[in-house]
Ligand binder design. Structure first.
Ligand code: FAD
Ligand code: 2HG
Ligand code: ZN
Length: 487
């Protein structure tokens, strides 16, 4: 049967195959069936919002094993969910029904690193932070950084085209990824693991897979160009009185520090309260008083004295012009980490308080806070927001430097009555502003049917055609990403 066949493909089925199903095989290599609860971690997502009921998790150790699994599933018309670190925030990495889970965690070797060009070639299952630590020893860093870096995998990052905290400086994975090795739905291996910076020979096929969220192929390895690790890093957090001031500060910071700026993040006072009360790590508020908004800036450069001089001038102007009301500049690595923790702990802290409805939006920066206030207003009008009410808090934060707002609505549960106050209102709002309903997290299960709010009919039709060409039976990540996949 199918389980026996999977066991014959895997080099170590005892550890690489987890199933709740019993087989008639008497082979000692055949794993014993496990209790369904042992598959829970693979069947539910990071937010505990999306749940599947797969009876089978495969953890291949080589591209060849992935290819044989895919070929077999293609012949047998078995649906598959590719799964990386399972930190995704749109329900893309967990099954909807009983799809076979192909978890990439055991495909985790670093294949090569070129110390002159900074080109890294790694298996898809390598953890982002492990890669960053590996190349740190050689003076390089990964061009992307996320709060989930300790669990997410480079294959998952590429599959979602993750943005994150360094996007402002190093740009999108569409620019940094040089090549991909991908197993297609029919089991064929597309070997595009180039390390060339320039290559204008035909369609740039790798771009199709960046951000395709496991719907047209399974990424097994990534070639990526990495920047030098900066010798000097500074982090400051400023308190500001209004959202207009956040934008003014952004202009001033770019004028003084444009070429060394590596992050410009913001969060509102509700976000800081959330982190102080609910983050796992103990968080110290560096300010005496509460302020409506906070801005975190990071600079990265090769010469500390240069950067310090620029920052001093920046601080003088920000204080004198009253654009900021207070500010703190990290004096050492520990302080630097604790300032970053104020911002990075927000998603985790929200999750500790309740069930979180997450919205990840691109829009003109001046509009961002208006939407956050609007959402609070909608819940207040209905007497749904506050202590003892179904909605506990609405927080706004995000990557100002990239025009990307995150709204987290922390509720008692994922009740449809709460969701119906938010949707479709929020998507219509963003669509009117010509924004994007998914700036960096992707569509997944949550937003595949909403793609029309951000993309034209012609674009969606072409996407559907590409999906049909590569995966005509809709076996790869079904019920996600594109409207037709839900049927
Ligand atoms: P998974 O969650 O396992 O999968 C995500 C999607 O990719 C699924 O559709 C899955 O099917 C597919 N997939 C995974 N691996 C492969 C593969 N090898 N081949 C093909 N398809 C694959 N995202 C941001 O963009 N910016 C952030 O700042 C950010 N911060 C985060 C902070 C926290 C605390 C958390 C929990 C999440 C954050 N995320 C962020 C979201 C998430 O971490 C990213 O989307 C990440 O790239 C997902 O990687 P993963 O390995 O966990 O993938
Ligand atoms: C971040 O920027 C992540 O912290 C997560 O993209 C955002 O949880 C969220 O909504
Ligand atoms: Zn983000």
């Amino acid at each position: 049967d199918d389980i026996e066949h999977f066991a014959s493909i895997l080099s170590t089925p005892e550890t690489s195959l987890l199933t709740t199903l019993a087989t008639s095989s008497t082979s000692s290599r055949m794993p014993k069936p496990v209790d369904a609860s042992e598959l829970d971690v693979f069947n539910k997502d990071w937010m505990n919002k999306y749940h599947g009921r797969s009876a089978c998790v495969l953890k291949p150790k080589s591209t060849k094993e992935v290819s044989e699994i895919m070929r077999y599933c293609h012949q047998r018309k078995l649906a598959i969910v590719p799964q990386g670190g399972n930190t995704g925030l749109v329900g893309g990495g967990v099954p909807v029904r009983d799809e076979v889970i192909v978890n990439l965690g055991s495909l985790n070797n670093i294949r090569s690193f070129d110390e002159v060009s900074g080109t890294l070639v790694a298996d898809a299952g390598c953890i982002l932070e492990a890669l960053d630590n590996h190349i740190a020893e050689k003076g390089y860093m990964m061009p992307l950084d996320l709060g989930a870096k300790g669990s997410c995998q480079i294959g998952g990052n590429v599959a979602t085209n993750a943005g994150g905290l360094r996007f402002l400086r190093y740009g999108s994975l569409h620019g940094n990824v040089l090549g991909l090795e991908v197993v297609l739905p029919n089991g064929d291996i597309l070997d595009g693991l180039s390390t060339l910076r320039k290559d204008n020979t035909g369609f740039d096929l790798k771009q199709l897979f960046i951000g395709s969220e496991g719907t047209i192929g399974l990424i097994t390895a990534v070639s990526i160009v990495t920047p030098r690790r900066p010798a000097a890093v500074n982090v400051a957090v400023f308190a500001v009185d209004s959202f207009e001031a956040v934008q003014q500060v952004f202009s001033t910071v770019k004028r003084h520090c444009g070429e060394i700026l590596s992050a410009f993040e913001f969060f509102d006072s509700q976000s800081l309260n959330m982190v102080k009360s609910h983050a796992t790590a103990s968080i110290k508020d560096p300010f005496q008083e509460r302020h409506p908004f906070y801005v975190l800036i990071e600079t990265s450069g090769s010469r500390k004295e240069h950067d310090d001089e620029k920052l001093t001038e920046l601080l003088e102007e920000l204080m004198e012009s009253s654009q900021i009301t207070d500010g703190v500049l990290a004096q050492d690595e520990t302080q630097l980490q604790s300032l970053w923790a104020l911002r990075e702990s927000i998603p985790e802290a929200c999750g500790k308080l309740g069930s979180v409805f997450k919205y990840d939006l691109s829009m003109p920066v001046p509009k961002m806070n208006e939407l956050v206030e609007d959402m609070r207003g909608r819940f207040k009008e209905r007497d749904m927001l506050g202590k003892g009410k179904p909605v506990k808090e609405v927080v706004g934060y995000g990557h100002i430097g990239d025009g990307n707002l995150h709204i987290n609505i922390v509720a008692e549960s994922y009740a449809p009555e709460i969701e119906s106050v938010i949707e479709p209102y929020i998507y219509e709002w963003v669509s009117r502003e010509k924004g994007s309903i998914s700036a960096e997290h992707g569509l997944g299960r949550m937003k595949g049917q909403k793609i029309g709010y951000s993309k034209s009919q012609t674009s969606v039709a072409l996407m559907e055609d590409l999906k049909k060409l590569l995966d005509p039976d809709n076996l790869l990540n079904p019920y996600k990403y594109l409207p037709s996949s839900y049927r």
